[in-house]
Design a protein around this ligand. Structure first.
Ligand code: HEC
Length: 312
């Protein structure tokens, strides 16, 4: 951007691609809705780091919960990004299928493919066809309006609008008020929902049978059969839960994220919706989550800019 800012980073396609049954022609300018602050090398809400000698780029809460002021290129913390095209960005990912819970696609309704696995009954079976599943999930993701995300892994394709993060005195949290219990009037419960559920589909493996009617082996098999990173790709004939234990970067706890099992796990509660609390080992319980809450409560909208002109 040569120091300039934008509230909609447009990316030209250099080849024809077919995503979710839709053809995007070479030369198409994709409206990502990503914001780039003035003099920034990366879009807002994206961070680069070096891990094990490899450059990694990830996203932060600010991707959806902050925006760039189109007039001066400055960051407005807590104002929603109301055109970030999350559905489009996710659809273009290699393994969008891993996020099937957030769409209306039930993998057990997709015809079987070639990939074999050992199912929950201990028998060799075939996973849903990876390409058909990816296409179906992509097609659902492409229906999401810009500025929205589906934060409920309920097999219903129902995204909601990114809300503002001016959270002080604004409980109950979530559009439906589902985060109303716990520290900071439920704000910590919502922050946890982002870390322990939405950013890590593997956290749902132990409850997938009860909640979605999909057994754990099929659930994990679907997530890993087409993993973008080869180290995480399920080999043919494997038991998905055993494979996951081998490649899990955080062994000992369910899921990949660093979490603490609540007493009722895998049952959820009003306090910790999926029975897991995100927490980095070595830190006090909920220190990070409550820190996020305290900080969000300091955010306030910019002062009213209305200008009054004397008439005549
Ligand atoms: C991909 C976009 C996206 C990202 C990234 C994201 N959120 Fe959200 N956030 C949403 C959406 C959409 C909702 C509304 C969900 C609902 O109510 O169903 C929401 C709701 C919230 C709320 C409730 C606000 C209120 O007043 O009701 C809080 C708090 C929140 N998010 C915190 C976070 C935190 C903390 C992070 C990072 C760890 C984060 N979010 C990352 C999209 C996002």
């Amino acid at each position: 951007m040569r120091g300039q800012h934008t509230t909609n980073l447009q990316i030209p396609l250099d080849e024809d691609v077919k995503i979710g049954g839709r053809t995007f022609k070479a030369g198409t300018l994709l409206n990502t809705g990503l914001d780039v602050p003035a003099h920034s090398l990366l879009p807002l809400g994206m961070r680069a780091s070096i891990a094990k000698g490899k450059a990694q780029v990830g996203i932060t809460c600010a991707l959806c919960h902050a925006t760039v002021d189109s007039k001066n290129g400055r960051v407005l913390e807590g104002a929603p990004n109301n055109d970030v095209n999350t559905g489009l960005l996710l659809a273009f990912a290699t393994n969008s299928a891993a996020l099937f819970r957030q769409t209306g696609v039930n993998p057990t309704k997709i015809h079987s493919g070639e990939h074999t696995y050992i199912n929950a009954k201990g028998r060799e079976a075939r996973l849903p066809d990876a390409k058909a599943l990816e296409d179906a999930v992509d097609a659902d993701l492409l229906t999401w309006p810009p500025g929205s995300f589906d934060s409920t892994g309920s097999l219903q394709n129902n995204p909601s609008q990114n809300p503002s993060s001016y959270t002080y005195d604004a409980w109950p949290y979530g559009w439906s008020g589902f985060s109303s219990v716990g520290w900071f009037h439920g704000l910590t419960t919502l922050n946890n929902n982002v870390h322990a559920t939405n950013s890590d589909p593997t956290t749902g493996a132990d409850s997938s049978l009860a909640l979605l009617g999909i057994d754990k082996e099929t659930y994990l098999g679907v997530i890993f059969q087409n993993a973008a990173d080869k180290r995480f790709r399920l080999p043919n004939g494997a038991i998905p839960s055993e494979f996951f234990e081998k490649i899990d970067p955080t062994p000992g706890e369910p899921g990949m994220n660093r979490t603490i099992k609540m007493p009722g796990y895998p049952r959820g509660s009003m306090f910790m919706l999926d029975g897991l609390m995100a927490s980095t080992p070595g830190m006090a319980v909920a220190e990070q989550l409550n820190g996020m809450s305290a900080w969000q409560n300091t955010l306030a909208p910019p002062p009213n800019q209305t200008q009054y002109f004397a008439s005549d």
